[in-house]
Design a protein around this ligand. Structure first.
Ligand SMILES: Cc1cc2nc3c(=O)[nH]c(=O)nc-3n(C[C@H](O)[C@H](O)[C@H](O)COP(=O)(O)O)c2cc1C
Length: 138
């Protein structure tokens, strides 16, 4: 479900937005699984790809896609009561996607993946996953 084929890419301006936020409640396996499923379905429809990191009760998310889709999604994300203290790290036009294979890749502690969701990247002892380094900064 997380793999996508982007067909309109060449004709639309792309934007990337990276933010950090704090989970308002501790997120368990099921809560994260539900969030990811919801996000991936909508992102696939919007042509949005990206990565979500959840560690120490904090989110870092990268969303990338057509400018209008990013703005639409951003309005929703900011309204979401599951997190607060939202801080934009980076936002601007980009030429290429970093996560073009993922409607929303997800990196977190291995124990939070008891549903074996696809597109899950476990953190190692240093708190780093195969994909998490691509998440912040430009
Ligand atoms: C940390 C976090 C990341 C989220 N990421 C996405 C996302 O990538 N795509 C998405 O559609 N919804 C995401 N959501 C859920 C949205 O905030 C929102 O609930 C959902 O898009 C429905 O939008 P609506 O409330 O405007 O109908 C995320 C929520 C949280 C708390």
């Amino acid at each position: 479900m997380q793999a996508m084929t982007i067909t309109t890419e060449q004709t639309q301006a792309l934007e990337r937005l990276v933010y950090k936020s704090r989970a308002t409640e501790v997120m368990g396996t099921l809560a994260l699984f539900n969030l990811l499923n919801q996000a991936r379905e909508r992102n696939a429809n919007l042509g949005v790809t990206g990565h979500l990191l959840y560690v120490n009760g904090m989110f870092t998310q990268c969303i990338e896609g057509p400018t209008s889709a990013i703005e639409t999604l951003w309005q929703s994300i900011q309204r979401d009561a599951r997190h607060d203290q939202i801080l934009v790290v980076e936002r601007g036009p980009v030429k290429v996607r970093r996560f073009d294979a993922w409607a929303m890749a997800f990196s977190s502690y291995r124990y939070l993946n008891s549903f074996n969701m696809p597109g899950f990247f476990p953190l190692n002892e240093a708190g780093v996953s195969e994909k998490s380094g691509l998440c912040a900064g430009s």
